[in-house]
Write a protein that binds this ligand. Sequence first.
Ligand code: NAD
Length: 260
Amino acid sequence: MRLDKKVAFITGAASGIGKRIAEVFAQAGATVAVADLNADGAEATAARLRALGHRAVGIGVDITQEAEVDAAVARAVAELGGLDILVSNAGIQTVAPLVEFRFEDWKKVLAVHLDGAFLTARAAMRQMVASGHGGSILFMGSVHSKEASVLKAPYVTAKHGLEGLAKVIAKEGASHLIRANVICPGFVRTPLVDKQIPEQARALGISEDEVVRKVMLKDTVDGEFTTVDDVARVALMFAAFPTQALTGQSLVVSHGWFMQ
Ligand code: NAD
């Protein structure tokens, strides 16, 4: 599974899952645009990749802003010579019971996950169509693309929505050799999850340890968190897959938490 001569644009790549995907893609031969709201973090990740001999640029971008996304993708294409892979990965989480959910928090979660996915996919697809080479579009879904949990109304709604968007892209993109897939991880110990452990403990009236054991890992087969490596391997498989056989599919990577 190699990505030699491929250029990948990865959002949310200053941290957690996106950062590991950037490292694994670079090791597989890809040139990487490390895109993130945290511009300094994006540049730091890109600088570490360059120090290891890889080609990478850091790009600050808010994926909810149309003009910023178009400019960021245009910059990646100009500086790196094209665009073959999009990993639309950036995400946020806010937990609260639905009856207490603030409308502005609902809109923010939907904007980052859905507006961000649409805007980055549209910009990437325009480039992939123009190049004539097509490419691979990956969305970071979640077990919450398939299943619900309490306290996560907008997140579950958005993650389910990504499955629909990927299927549309698989159909509209097929004649341009554009593939689309969704990766659906279980809980991964990243800053996004570390933030919600105390929030869930407060909302559910249980200890933080109980949140980990009785909420997050309860239904896994081995009591283990999914790792950033687990997710990055699946991303590499989809990005490097040579045909359209898997387009439109999602894959759950969750240590058995959710089985289809
Ligand atoms: P993380 O908090 O470690 O990283 C998320 C990154 O996204 C951060 O660097 C942040 O700056 C960036 N970001 C946030 N809003 C942005 C915006 N508007 N524009 C550009 N960048 C923005 O989180 P993570 O756990 O690595 O999550 C990455 C993705 O994986 C998310 O889509 C998340 O929903 C999904 N996911 C995570 C888990 C998990 O357990 N950690 C499980 C399933 C799915």
